[in-house]
Every structure is written in C-alpha cells, then in structure tokens.
Ligand binder design. Structure first.
Ligand code: ADP
Length: 870
C-alpha cells in the first residue's frame, strides 16, 4: 500500500515536473520570441540610420564608431548588452565592444538570417570573443535591409542579458508551480482512498493468484508424480506380463474347442509343442484332466451357444503326466452382426496357488476344528476400548446369544457392550497391566447375555506381536457360571448347615463320622475335632450300644428313616432325647457313599407335650364343671323367676286394691309409701319377666306371635312413652321416620326392643343431651337408629355389650341403675326376626344403636324360631 502510494505520488510529481517543464519552455520561448521580435523591429527602424559602408568593411573611423555607439545606446539601455553588425561573409564590421570589430567568425546562422529569417541562440556573451563579464545571453540575429535595398545587406545581432528573461519566466512559473503543487496534493488526497481500495483489491487478487499458483504447482507436481507412477507401473506391468506363465490362445467354436493359435509358453508349462496343439483339433479335450473334462467342455459349449464370456478353473495333464491347474478366462469374439465367431483367452498356471489354497484351507480347517473343540471362546482382538475383534470363535453365541460375526470389527456391537458395566473397567485395568508387563493374565468378570441373564466367565490371554508389528490380544474365555453357582449353592448349604440349630452329621461307609456341625456340637457337647474320624457308635446310650450302627446299616441299604425318636449319650455322660432323620449319601453316579443324620433335641418338646396334655385334661374337666353350674344356674333362675312371679302378681293386685281405697281411706303418707312399694313391685316383675324371657331363649323356647308390624308407628309409641322421663331428665328426644312397608314380626317383642334402646339412650345421656330416633327404609331392610349424645361405651367393652348381665364400668361407677339384661334380650329379639343389631360408640360423641330388620322375609317357621338362642 505504502509502496503504491509512493509510486502514485512519484508519478504525480513527475507529471507535475513535466507540466512545469513544458510551461517553462513555453515561457522561455515566448520571452525569446519577443526579444527576437524586438530585435527585428529595432533592425527595421535602425536600418534608416545605417549606411551601406557600415556593412562593407570594419569601421575604424572614430566618428562613425561614436555615431553608431550613440545609435545603439537606447537599445543598450533596454537590456541589450552587445550589438554586432555582420557582413554576410562573417566579418564583424561593428560591435559595441570595439575589440571585436574586424574579427571574423564562421557563423552558419548568417546565411539563414540573410535568407530573411531571424535566428536566435542562447550562449555566453564572450563565446565569440569580447571583453567584460561573460554572462548568459540570448543573441538574436536579424537581417538588415537598408533603405533602398531589396535584399538584406548584412546581419544585426543583439545580445540580450538572459537574467531578466529567466527572472520573468521564474516569476511567471512560481504561481503555476504552487497551483500545480496544490492541485497535485488535492488529487493525491482524493486519490488516496481509491488507491487504498484498489491496493487492497490488488493485494487480495495477488494473494489469490499466489494461492492459485501454489495450487497449480501442487497439481502439476501431483500430475508429474502420477505420470511418473503410471510410467513405472507400466514398466512393471510389462515385465510382469512378460514373465507370467500366461498362455494366450484363439479357439474355434467347435465341440473340442480346437486350437487356431496358442502362445509358445504352453510348451514350457505342459511340454506339448504349439504344433501339436494346432495340428490335432481334439487336442484340448485330450489333455484335459479326465475329472474335469466333461464339466469344462459343457461350460465351453454353453458359452459358445450364449456368446457370454466366462472363466473357469481346471486341470490339464502335462506331457510328463503332472496335473497342472489353469485359470482360463475365455472371451467369445463376435462379428458385426453379433454372431459368435471364435473364442480367445488366456490360461494362467495356478497350480501353485491351488496347492497353497488347499494347504491353507486344510490348516484353517484344522484350526477351526481345534477352536471348535475348545470348550470356550477363542479370540484375537485389538487392545482398544472396544476390544475390537479380529477373530472370535462361534462359542461366543452360546455365551452371550449374539453370533461371532456381530463382533468382528465391531460390525453390529462391541465386545465391551456385553461386558457387565461394573466389571468393564476392572477388565481393562487388568489386561492393560498384563500387556504392560508382557505377561499372560487370567481375570474373571461377568457378561450380559442377550436374554438379560448374567454369566460368569474367566478370561486367559496375552498380548502377541502380529506379523505387521502391531500388538493384539489372543485369549480364551470360559463360562464358569455353573461352577460359580455350584460354589454359591455349596456355600449357601454350608452356611445353612452351620447355622442350623439341629445336629447335622455325616458318616462314611465304614461308619466313621466325617462331618459335624455346630448344632451337633451344642446338642452332644463334642467339638468337631473330637468326633471326626470316630465311630458313630460313640453316641450310643449305654443300654443300646449297637443301635446307631443298626440304623446306619438300614440307611446304607437305601432306606431313609425320619422322625426316629430315641436317646443318645452326651459328652458329659447325660442322656438326651433326640429325633433322628437319616438319609443315604450318594455320589454323582448314584452309589451310596455314606449317610447323613439330622438330630433334633426333643427334650423340651417332650416336656412341652406332657404339659400340654395335662392342661388339656384340666381344662376339659373345668369346662364340664362350668357347664353343669351354668345349667344349674339357668334352672335355678327359671325356677325362682317362675316362683317369684305368682306372689309378685298377687302383691301388685292387692296393692292396686289398697291404693284404690278398697281397704279404707289412706293417708297421703300411706299412699306415698304404697306408691314406692308399687314401683318396686313393678320393677321386680319386669326383672322377673326379663329373666324368664332369657330363660326361655336359653332353653330355645322363645316363641313369637308374628303379624304385620308398622315399625314407624311402633317407634312413635316408644318415643311417646319415654317422653315424660326424657323431659324430666332434660334430654331432648326426637323421632324422624320415613315411609316404611309393614314387616312381619312380633309387635310386642319389637316394641320391647325399641323401648329398651330408647330408654337406654335417655338413661345414659346426661341432662342437656339428646336422643334421636330415626326409622327408614334401606334397600330390603327396615332400619331403626337410636343415637344419643351420652357417655358412650369404651371400645374394649363394646364386644361384651350384648352379653347377659354385662354393664360398662362407667355405668357401674356412676351407679346408673340397671341389670345388664336389656341388650341381651334386644339381641335375642332381633335375631329371632333374622335381623342385625350393631352399635357404634365412643366416649366423646355418644352411642348409636342400629337395628336392621328384613322386610321381605318369609314367615319364619316356629322350629327355626325355637332354635334361636344366645
Ligand atoms: P341396663 O341398661 O339395665 O344396664 P342393658 O343390657 O340395657 O342393661 O345395657 C347393658 C349396659 O350397656 C348398660 O349397663 C350400659 O353400661 C351399657 N349401655 C347400654 N346402652 C347404652 C347407651 N345408650 N349409652 C351408654 N352405655 C350404654
């Protein structure tokens, strides 16, 4: 950029200088012309003052010299520093410098001037001699035509001082130069951004050009290399072709593929001359190996028919009897109409290749059989994070469910992908360490089978150096899942045996103890060291020394004995009750090799069994006693109740009479006392009634008088009966009943039931509380709910609520009167109607008794009713 700016500045400067030079030249020209014109004008008017003699001979006369000096004085005053008069032959006839008069100069200009044209010349004042300062001058030669003459008689020369001319030119040039400089500067400044851009574009283009040049160079180099390579390949190929045991030939398309031409190599390979081939049309079939002949001729015939080229491999028999393998590439040559005309091709001796192939396939086959017979996966892989497989035996499919081909070159999956994620890094570290130390390794890890199961494997391998110098890993992987599981099972069993509380032991065929667990140690007191190797009879009780042996013999015969209860002797001599289970021990082939025995200490069990028996006996007899007592009590209650009812009825009868005044008037006090007697008699009668009812139930003799009952009406009656008591106590009593069909039942018993529930509600609800009775139809049942806000019943006591004589602890504590018979009777009534009575209660909110009676109920048979019992 800078360079470019410099260049353009220089160019502009040059242009400026050129312009200046031109202007200067023009200025000089015009100044000089003017001077010359002045000279011509002066010559015209001076001609009148000059005489022909002035030009004929050098003037020597002082008078004339003076006159001429005076004549030219005004000129001299105007910058003419010297005047000369020339005779046409070059002699100076006059000069203001008198020393020059008479001198002769060969001045070429003169003849030109004399022809009429003024001439000017720049030089030094004294170039042609003279005195004074030798200043720069412009000399103007003008023709001098005197008055009366028609042609110039001589030449007048004025020497003008050149300094004023130069000063004038310089004066004229200065503003021009300044203006020019400014213009140039302006131009340069306005050019600069354009220049800048242009330069950038140019630079960019330059770079691109350079790049292209480099690329071109590269391409050229490559092409040169390619050409060289091609040439080299060509040479190589030619040498190769020339050295190949290759036979070219042309055959006829006949049944024997008779030879038209064959190249002479055939002789070297098979030993037959070319002549032999071409002379005998059936030569080819003759030398074909008998095993291949039919196939090859058929192939040829087929190709000749279809016109399709082909290649085949077959053997020919050499002259010396050797079989030589050929690769034959046959091309069918066709004419313009496409009809096959002849066959041509080449035969390549591939005997060696065949032999190698066979050897190779044999060795590969051997290797495969070998690998196939190894009970594991054989592999060769790269030592990379995928374990990229180069070879992997088919066994892998059994192990992980994917074919070996999946893993070769990571085609479908990597080997790492089937290694258990938790083991992958361990495998890598172990292999890496072994590779680093150049030693074989054995490592165990898990692989994940396609079906998701996990297999344990052990891998043995080692890094090997391949032929091309790389490192690969060769190794084998064995499935040890079964072994691992076996081990695990064995360990589990051993742990079970060891932790068992029972004595577990085994004995060999000889009857010698071979294993002894900690249970045995605890039960019999001997440690394993003390008994192993000892005869099993060492545990026999003193009175039956041979017993263990007897059982043992039976087991060895294949019999399994279980639950044999007997006695054994402990280490401390004490006897212990045990239960034995014996079984034979068999080896893998099923042969009995010993026996195992499991013994349980049954001392405790025996004791417990005896105790249990005793208790059962005791309980049975207690039960019997209780049942008898109960029966007696029931009988007694029934009897007493019955016996009480008659006198009580009579007491009430008479009381009524007395109170009605039949026995005379009563004082108020007497009436009050008798009132108390009557109430108590009434309560007593009710109690007796209850007892008798329950006795009936108990005896299974409850009878109902079934009719159609309106439960809503019955509930209303109960509520109304109870209302005075409720009001007296300050308990709000309400009834809500919906429409209800009539239901079959005993009206008075159901009334008794409702009375009981409503009166209980009021009785166990303190003043200010409420009792709400609701009667409604619920699906197939008539439901009565008596809800109170009373004292409630503790959860633990609720299950006894319907038992005879049961009263809650709260009721007893608060001395709320009652017998504990009401709910038992209620339950009996409900059950007799095939209904259900339930209670929901807690001590904060109160109790709700709920009775559900079936509506569409068959008339219960009397027998059924009688069976209803508590
Ligand atoms: P009684 O009412 O004569 O004691 P019941 O058989 O009718 O006999 O009731 C048995 C017991 O059940 C009562 O003593 C009482 O403890 C409890 N009980 C019955 N109904 C209620 C109730 N509505 N609220 C609280 N406790 C009750």
């Amino acid at each position: 950029m800078l360079r470019f700016a410099l260049y353009s500045a220089l160019a502009l400067l040059l242009a400026g200088a050129g312009i200046l030079w031109f202007v200067r030249r023009e200025a000089h020209e015009s100044a000089e012309q003017e001077l010359t014109k002045d000279a011509s004008r002066a010559a015209t008017y001076l001609a009148h003052e000059l005489e022909p003699a002035d030009l004929e001979a050098p003037i020597t006369a002082p008078a004339r010299l003076n006159a001429l000096d005076t004549l030219f004085a005004p000129e001299r005053a105007e910058g003419v520093v010297r005047v000369k008069l020339w005779r046409p032959d070059g002699t100076i006839t006059y000069s203001t410098d008198h020393s020059l008069i008479g001198s002769h100069v060969e001045a070429d200009e003169l003849s030109e001037v004399l022809a009429g044209e003024p001439v000017r010349e720049i030089g030094r004042l004294n170039d042609e001699g003279g005195t004074g300062e030798n200043i720069k001058v412009l000399s103007a030669y003008v023709p001098l035509t005197l008055a009366g003459d028609s042609r110039p008689r001589g030449v007048l020369e004025f020497y003008n001082d050149y300094a004023p001319v130069e000063a004038r030119v310089a004066g004229a040039l200065k503003p021009v130069a300044i203006a020019l400089l400014l213009a140039l500067l302006l131009l340069f400044a306005s050019l600069f951004p354009i220049l800048h851009q242009v330069t950038k574009a140019l630079e960019h283009r330059n770079r691109r050009l350079e790049q292209q040049a480099a690329e071109l160079e590269q391409t050229l180099t490559e092409r040169r290399q390619a050409v060289a390579g091609l040439r080299e390949a060509e040479t190589r190929y030619r040498t190769l072709v020339e050295q190949l045991p290759l036979v070219t030939y042309i055959d006829r398309l006949d049944a024997w593929s008779s030879t038209i031409f064959t190249s002479p190599q055939i002789e070297t390979i098979l030993g037959y001359s070319v002549q032999e081939w071409t002379d005998d049309p059936q030569f080819f079939p003759k030398v074909l190996h008998p095993d291949d002949r039919e196939r090859v001729l058929a192939q040829h015939a087929e190709a000749y028919r279809t016109g399709e080229s082909f290649s085949s491999q077959y053997r020919m028999l050499a002259k010396d009897g050797r079989a030589v393998w050929f690769e034959d590439v046959v091309t069918i040559v066709k004419d313009e109409s496409g009809t096959p005309v002849q066959a041509q091709g080449f035969r390549l001796d591939i005997t060696h290749r065949k032999a190698t192939e066979v050897a190779l396939s044999e060795s590969e086959e051997r290797f495969r059989t070998l690998v196939g017979n190894v009970p594991g996966v054989i592999f060769r892989c790269e030592i990379d994070s995928d374990w990229t497989m180069e070879f992997l035996s088919d066994e892998i499919e059994d192990l992980v469910g994917y074919p070996a081909s999946d893993f070769i070159s990571n085609r479908a999956r990597t080997f790492t992908s089937i290694v258990h994620p938790q083991d992958a890094s361990l495998l890598e570290t172990e292999v890496e360490a072994a590779v680093k130390e150049d030693r074989p390794y054995t490592t165990e890890y898990r692989v994940v089978h396609r079906d998701g199961t996990i297999r344990n494997v052990v891998e043995r391998g080692q890094a090997v150096l391949t032929r091309d110098g790389g490192l690969m890993l060769d190794g084998a992987i064995f499935d040890i899942t079964a072994r691992r599981q076996g081990e695990n099972e064995r360990l589990k069993l051993a742990a079970i045996v060891e932790s068992s509380g029972d004595a577990i032991m085994t004995a060999s065929l000889e009857g010698v103890l071979t294993s002894w667990n900690s249970g045995a140690e605890r039960i019999f007191g001997y440690t394993a060291e003390e008994v192993l190797g000892q005869p099993l009879t060492m545990l026999a009780p003193p009175d039956r020394p041979a017993e263990p042996r007897e059982y043992f013999e039976k087991v060895l015969d294949g019999e399994a004995l279980s639950g044999v209860e007997t006695v054994r002797r402990r280490k401390d001599g004490s006897l212990i009750d045990v239960s034995f289970t014996y079984s034979p021990l068999r080896d893998a082939a099923g042969a009995v090799v010993g026996a195992s025995a499991v013994a349980q200490d049954i001392t405790e069990r025996r004791k417990a069994a005896a105790e249990r028996e005793r208790l059962v006996h005791e309980l049975a007899s207690q039960n019997e006693q209780l049942r008898e007592l109960d029966r007696l009590k029931d009988e007694f209650v029934a009897l007493v109740s019955h016996e009480l009812r008659t006198p009580l009825t009579s007491i009430r009868g008479y009381l009524e009479l007395v109170l009605e005044g039949e026995g005379g008037d009563l004082t108020d006090e007497q009436r009050k006392f008798l009132g108390v007697v009557e109430r108590n008699a009434h309560r007593l009668l009710a109690l007796v009634g209850d007892l008798l009812f329950l006795a009936q139930v108990e005896a299974g003799k409850l009878s109902l008088e079934i009719g159609a009952v309106d439960l809503s009406a019955l509930a209303a009656e109960s509520v109304e009966t109870a209302r005075p008591i409720a009001e007296e106590k300050g308990v709000t009593l309400t009834l809500a009943s919906g429409p209800l069909p009539l239901l079959p039942g005993d009206r008075s018993r159901l009334g008794q039931l409702l009375d009981n529930l409503v009166s209980n509600g009021i009785k166990f609800t303190p003043s200010g509380g409420r009792v709400d009775v609701r009667v409604r139809n619920e699906r197939d049942a008539a439901v009565v709910e008596v809800r109170d806000t009373g004292m409630g019943i503790a959860a633990a006591e609720q299950e006894h609520l319907f038992e005879r004589f049961f009263r809650t602890s709260k009721a007893t504590e608060q001395a709320i009167p009652g017998t504990g018979l009401g709910l038992a009777i209620s339950k009996a009534i409900v059950h007799a109607h095939s209904g259900r009575i339930t209670v929901a209660s807690d001590e904060k909110t109160g109790s709700t008794f709920r009775v559900a009676l079936p509506i569409r109920q068959a008339q219960p048979a009397a027998a059924e009713i009688e069976q209803v019992a508590l």
